[in-house]
Design a protein around this ligand. Structure first.
Ligand code: GLN
Length: 246
């Protein structure tokens, strides 16, 4: 039995659209394979150890981001950058991807420095980008359709040290114009996909878990699970979108 050590950043402050459900997916998909998830919450004031195998930061509104940004940059950014460089797996969702970058300039023009784990920056626009979002995502050399829900004012621009998670098939993505969604470097994923993301996209969950187990020094093969319910949820969400290629 292997143990994956997860650091949950700001569980009380950054948790909209049930983003916390992603943690339940990590725990259950490990348990079904006889492995264990050990979760450490890292709220305000906590300086996390850089040795966690998996890191998670959910979405939040501008006011939530304003509340945590100073603490993130001063108490957590350095451990997060070290962990990312060391090959830890990370998932940042919406307000999370914005704070994982260099800077987020919010709707009121307030400039929040981020953790600088991902080479990107975000500025809020005057309209919100809202709706179901389908992308073609690439992970571990494989491309698959990933679906979720987006609701953000932020427009994210990627730097050279990240690649997009995928190409927008239906919806807005990072900025509504580039056709890109999310950002990836090493074992780190940032995305605008809420929903929560992982229950209907188990492929993404298993990619992150495989990376986290490798970081833990337990590179076990994650045997396939019976994902019929997850696949049905995925198909239902995709069918609801205005899919231009269908
Ligand atoms: N506050 C950010 C925005 O509106 C993020 C929102 C979210 O996490 N859904 O751009």
């Amino acid at each position: 039995m292997a143990t994956v050590r997860l650091c949950h950043l700001y569980p009380d402050q950054m948790n909209i659209y049930a983003d916390r459900g992603n943690i339940a997916v990590f725990r259950q998909r490990l348990a079904w394979r006889g492995h264990r998830l050990e979760v450490t919450d890292a709220g305000p004031g906590v300086e996390p150890s850089p040795d966690h195998d998996l890191w998670y930061l959910g979405g939040g509104q501008d006011r939530d981001q304003t509340m945590v940004a100073g603490d993130l940059a001063t108490l957590k950014g350095s451990a997060m950058r070290d962990a990312a460089d060391d090959g830890a797996a990370m998932l940042f969702v919406c307000g999370g991807i914005q704070l994982a970058g260099h800077v987020y300039v919010g709707v009121n023009g307030e400039r929040l420095a981020g953790a600088a784990v991902l080479d990107l920056e975000t500025t809020a626009g005057s309209s919100r980008l809202i709706g179901d979002l389908v992308i073609e995502a690439e992970l571990d050399g494989e491309t698959r359709e990933v679906v979720g829900y987006e609701n953000h004012a932020g427009r994210t621009t990627l730097g050279d040290a990240v690649r997009p998670l995928g190409r927008v098939v239906s919806g807005h993505g990072n900025d509504g114009t580039s056709g890109f969604e999310g950002a990836v470097r090493d074992r780190v994923i940032g995305t605008y996909l809420h929903g929560p993301l992982l229950p209907k996209n188990p492929w993404v969950a298993d990619a992150l878990l495989g990376w986290a187990l490798a970081h833990a020094g337990e590179p076990v093969d994650l045997e396939p699970l019976d994902d019929r319910v997850e696949a049905a949820a995925h198909s239902a969400a995709v069918a609801r979108t205005s899919h231009p290629n269908r």
